[in-house]
Design a protein around this ligand. Structure first.
Ligand code: PEP
Length: 256
């Protein structure tokens, strides 16, 4: 049986009060879904209320970012230790908005991935090429380079616990989803790269999510692909009905 991992990235949306109401509604609507791993990723300010609301449920909470240091003079930042204390399970690292709008580079992202394990958090490492890079035939080399640099220094056990989110930049928030074939092709490339470098259990355990305009109408065709183990969802995770519909699709599919 396949076990999908569906995560919603709320980005800079939903106030603490809105996040709490949304989490309460999700908890009700997803009560019976046990065949899918589910996470939501509110803003840092809403993590406290959302982790409280979702305590002892089948929905985990993810942060959208963190700093690699535990404490210190890093104005505006939050550490992994603080996230863990707040009840957070996952942390999204290297999202394309962090890479492109906040100039985060591979070396900083790698430090955060390492730090996430030190703090007991599970990283969701985002990778993916821009439209220009795809058009010039560099999609695979750019993506694999981000994978390689992001995972540097981790043990095989740690790599197996990472979730990689393949998110082609041209598909994020644009409504232009990668075709199931394009997504599958890159997922297979990533998995085969892992297979060549780590013991076999790593490429079998590590989950590769697809992200980029996943909606209820295209979720099935993407999740049906053999190397797509779940989805990281932006826009469609902000509305209860669309987020629940995608999770239900994954639950149906996991039953075979
Ligand atoms: C994302 O932000 O990770 C994302 C995939 O966004 P969207 O689903 O809106 O394209």
């Amino acid at each position: 049986m396949r076990r999908f991992f569906i995560a919603g990235n709320w980005k800079m949306n939903k106030s603490p009060a809105e996040s709490e109401r949304f989490a309460a509604e999700l908890k009700k609507r997803l009560l019976d879904i046990n065949a899918v791993d589910i996470a939501v990723s509110p803003t840092a300010l809403s993590l406290g209320v959302v982790t409280q609301k979702l305590k002892h449920t089948n929905i985990d909470v993810s942060a959208q970012n963190m700093h690699d240091q535990s404490t210190g003079a890093f104005t505006g930042e939050v550490s992994g230790e603080m996230l863990r204390e707040a009840g957070v399970t996952y942390v999204i690292l290297g999202h394309s908005e962090r890479r492109h709008k906040f100039q985060e580079n591979d070396s900083f992202i790698q430090k955060k991935v390492e730090a996430s394990f030190r703090c007991g958090l599970l990283p969701i490492l985002c990778v993916g090429e821009t439209l220009e890079q795809r058009q010039s035939g560099q999609a695979a080399s750019v993506t694999l380079s981000q994978v390689e640099k992001g995972l540097a220094g981790l043990s095989a056990d740690q790599v197996a616990a990472v979730t990689i989110a393949y998110e082609p930049v041209w598909a994020i928030g644009t409504g232009h989803t990668a075709t199931p074939q394009q997504a599958q092709e890159m997922h297979a490339i990533i998995r085969s790269w892992l297979k060549d470098r780590y013991p076999d259990f790593v490429h079998k355990q590590l989950r590769i999510q697809y992200g980029g305009s996943v909606k209820p109408h295209n979720a099935l065709s993407l999740l049906e692909q053999p190397d797509i183990d779940g989805a990281l969802i932006g826009g469609a995770s902000l509305k209860i009905d669309s987020f629940v519909a995608i999770i239900e699709t994954a639950a149906q599919l996991s039953k075979g």
